[in-house]
Design a protein around this ligand. Structure first.
Ligand SMILES: *[C@@H]1O[C@H](CO)[C@@H](O)[C@H](O)[C@H]1NC(C)=O
Ligand SMILES: *[C@@H]1O[C@H](CO)[C@@H](O)[C@H](O)[C@H]1NC(C)=O
Ligand SMILES: *[C@@H]1O[C@H](CO)[C@@H](O)[C@H](O)[C@H]1NC(C)=O
Ligand SMILES: *[C@@H]1O[C@H](CO)[C@@H](O)[C@H](O)[C@H]1NC(C)=O
Length: 419
């Protein structure tokens, strides 16, 4: 309520209002989606994923749907179909059509229909803009379509449905499009032990923290002999499930900057941990209960950190003493059965000097990133920073919690390479 009043008066308020209108317009332009019956889509800066509504169930009748895709000037766009299942024999009423260009000057590249179609080749545009149109009249079956695109320099673009077992090589590199979390396929496994071969590669790559869902990117995959059991975890807002024995598994080759940064090991001293406030109280038996920042060490027994009261202004700070490259964070809740507190969403701030703080955002994003936190008081949840944070200090700023803010954490990363 307080915020609404502020917007209504004074020059500052007016500016806030205009700015938010602009942001809304830009966001719409970026998505470039018109019409009704369009499924989930992510149009990233140089790759993306589009689908019909309801996929993988039968797509709804009477959908009229258009996406306008623009990549940087001078680049061209290529499309790869994961699924094309549109009931129509002559593409008059139900079809998907790709056009070169946007608006009245556009010209058709290709038009597809038919159930269970396979399009193995990449479809290419001749310019940096494409309109994708999906029309659907009455039909009884047909799951619609699911496709990905990227700029043409990534000729090894795969789709969100390609699985580890689709590639027999022991080691290979592929390009993952943005938006693979629109898929409903399950992944099984985790880092560092690996993912079951049946898992879609690009969804696993988002879970592993090697590419972001918003941008996509290159993955380096290594296959090896399978294991009897795959664990399920929550990481980067993707849930993997447990899985049974398989012939093979895959892992991702990285630059190795995922070491722990010293909270559990004690490499970070108690004096390097600080917080906005501390929960300090006496039990009925007169015993002191002090939820200090030094309790916020992952896997260490004892009370976690908790602030005196729970609101969105609270933070826990880790000062690493010198600049590090920080690639990830693992959190748990209290870890205590008698106090089942946990943080379910948070923002991250970082600073090079301990004075000036910035909220973490993904590349080219206009919004502070909100991380998916814990879902119970006990289990670890990992998030990765893509791109990495390069800073000396970080703060965790909880935005949602269960009962009360309380957490333990570890940071992942490595030294910043001196040039
Ligand atoms: C971010 O935006 C800049 C300028 O618009 C662009 O050149 C760059 O490719 C974008 N980066 C990513 C990863 O999208
Ligand atoms: C720790 O944070 C408090 C604010 O909660 C601040 O007053 C204090 O100076 C900080 N201590 C250190 C050592 O940075
Ligand atoms: C806890 O008890 C101690 C001594 O018994 C007292 O000094 C202190 O103020 C109490 N703290 C709180 C938060 O009640
Ligand atoms: C996590 O993903 C879900 C969709 O699966 C989305 O609704 C939610 O906002 C995401 N959470 C965060 C913290 O981004």
């Amino acid at each position: 309520m307080g915020r609404a009043v502020m917007v209504g008066r004074g020059p500052t308020g007016a500016r806030v209002l205009v700015l938010s209108v602009l942001i809304v317009l830009t966001a719409e332009g970026c998505r470039g989606q018109k019409g009704d019956g369009c499924g989930p889509s992510v149009l990233g800066p140089s790759s993306g994923t589009l689908s019909s509504l309801g996929y993988p169930r039968t797509s709804p009748n009477n959908a009229v749907c258009e996406w306008e895709i623009t990549v940087p000037r001078g680049k061209r766009i290529q499309f790869r179909f994961a699924l094309l299942d549109i009931q129509d024999s002559d593409c008059q009423v139900n079809y998907i059509r790709l056009y070169d260009g946007i608006g009245p000057e556009r010209s058709e590249i290709v038009k597809y229909c038919g159930l269970g179609q396979k399009v193995d080749e990449l479809v290419e545009s001749s310019g940096n803009q494409v309109t994708v149109q999906f029309m659907s009249g009455m039909h009884r079956t047909g799951r619609g379509f699911y496709l990905s695109y990227s700029t043409t320099e990534h000729s090894d673009l795969i789709t969100c449905l390609d699985k580890g077992s689709d590639f027999p090589e022991a080691e290979f590199s592929k390009y993952c499009p943005a938006g693979c979390l629109t898929s409903t396929e399950e992944i099984s496994g985790t880092v560092p032990n690996g993912y079951r071969e049946s898992s879609p590669l690009c969804v696993a790559a988002v879970h592993a923290g090697v590419v972001s869902n918003a941008v996509g990117g290159r993955i380096h995959v290594v296959s090896s002999k399978g294991i009897p059991h795959y664990e399920g975890t929550l990481a980067n807002n993707v849930t993997s499930t447990g899985g049974t024995l398989s012939d093979s598994l895959f892992t991702f080759r990285t630059n190795g900057c995922y070491g722990t940064l010293g909270l559990e090991s004690g490499g970070v001293a108690d004096t390097q941990l600080n917080a906005s406030s501390v929960w300090d109280w006496n039990t009925t038996s007169g015993q002191r209960s002090l939820w200090r920042p030094s309790g916020a060490r992952l896997k260490k027994a004892g009370l976690p950190w908790a602030p005196s009261h729970s609101d969105r202004q609270q933070w826990l700070q880790v000062d690493l003493k010198r600049e590090k490259r920080i690639t990830g964070i693992i959190t748990t809740g209290s870890g205590l059965r008698e106090y089942q507190y946990f943080v379910s969403a948070y923002r991250v701030q970082y600073s090079k000097d301990g004075k000036e703080w910035h909220f973490y955002r993904e590349i080219n994003s206009t919004q502070d990133k909100i991380f998916q936190g814990n879902i119970n008081y006990l289990h670890e949840v990992r998030n990765n920073f893509i791109p990495p944070i390069e800073a000396r200090s970080v703060r965790i700023n909880p935005t949602l919690w269960h009962q009360r803010i309380a957490l333990k954490l570890e940071l992942l990363g490595c030294q910043v390479l001196e040039v």
